[in-house]
Write a new protein. Sequence first.
Length: 516
Amino acid sequence: MKKSNWSAIGVYIIALIVLALALRGLPGNPTPQEITTPTWTENGPLELSPERGRFALLMSLADNHSFHFSVPIARMATPDLGYSNGNYVSLFAPGVSFLLVPGYELGKYFGFSQVGAFAGIGLIALINSLLVRAIAVRLGVHRWAAAAGAIVFLFGTPAFSYAVAPYQHHLSVFLILSSIFLLLGKQTRTALASVWFLIALAIPIDYPNLILLFPIAVWALSAGLGVVYQKEKVTMRFRVTYLLPIMSVLLPLAFFCWVNFESYGDPFQLAGTVASVKSIDANGLPAAPSDAGTEDLQQFTKPESQDKAAVHFFETRNLLNGFYIHLFSPDRGVIAYAPVMLIGLVGLWIMKKKSIASYVVMLSIIALDVLLYSMWGDPWGGWAFGSRYLIPSYALLAIGLAFVFDRYKKNIIVLLFLGIVSLYGIAVSTMGAVTSNANPPQIAVLSLEKQTNRVEKYTVERSYDILKSNHSKSFVFAYKAHAYMTAMQYYYVVVGVIAVLFVVVVINIFRYGNDI
């Protein structure tokens, strides 16, 4: 094996170790009743309702072999709990919970069921960083510059915080990057069938993926139709058999419809349109939360009376505010959490000369990502660390960043600047990864302060305060390391390992950037 291959393996072994150090969790195989306690919720790894909601479906599938929740499991899913035909059900797309079942079962065997489930997302995140590197290399970037882009994506953006918790974002990124990697290769019928399979699989992972993967579908369709782009004209060699790979969408769509039918009694019902339950009373029946007004009682106690539609989640009037939140705001903005990603736009322009199709598709996905979630009713993503909705964009911008590293591989000043900005993102994102994703949006802070009677922070300062209070949600810290060091020292160890890894990669960009 070549020395360069051994170096790449070494980089990703260290990356895997870092992910293991940051992975959130507690020892044990918790019951639904245990998960509703503060040990597992606000003080533990299942602090937010999206995490508990997906974990509730996971437990129901693995332990009860049912899409319908028992009352104890339903309680842990509130306030994001669905209600259909007299049954408590999930309000989340099912794909994440299904894919985490093997890790849950393996972890359960060793007495770490929750940790085993969360580890599945960490492995997908590591694969995504490998795909960032592989796509950049396939497009002509030197392997060390490609590795730098991959490391920044994995550890220098909010993607790090969502690589150690059960969210859908890394699975969405995997489907996007895998499809692009396949389309950049030899576009055989097998490759195209695989792309269409991934496109269809994206729907049960997260419904907005249907929009994000639309540019990839257009690219795959043009390849399947035999479209050839030449300097002065576009030609097409159409054959009916070219459309056969599209048939691979049927299996994921059949799975999706089956899950919906088993859950809601309707194969075409989307989870987001199911009636919701915010609270459950002592008898196990839907109830109104304590802060509900009298005029809202019926919609809480009789969920069937609710009228929900998917299109209500998006409003064009939200656009300007959404742009500000995702790009500039101190609580979610890219500039505050991962400013180096904006330099990736320059890299995508450089990439244009290598592959116009890749450039158009990647830029289109980024634009759709920003537009879609700027129109979203909750552009903050609830309580979150950074803009979690832009994680697919971070992955594509990281490929562009690899081009910038490659273009300026012999320019010490530029490399130094890129290194400093990247290390800032690594320091910020690592702080979130080893502490908590529960950062309130700025808009909610005033009302929150009235409830808690204290100053509530909504930026990375909140994570810093958690470390100062000697608390980390890392499984390794909670299980062993807390006996030997403080949470702040643990953070320094984790961020130090990443920083050394990144600096070594950048040094190798300068030393070996011209090697083939």
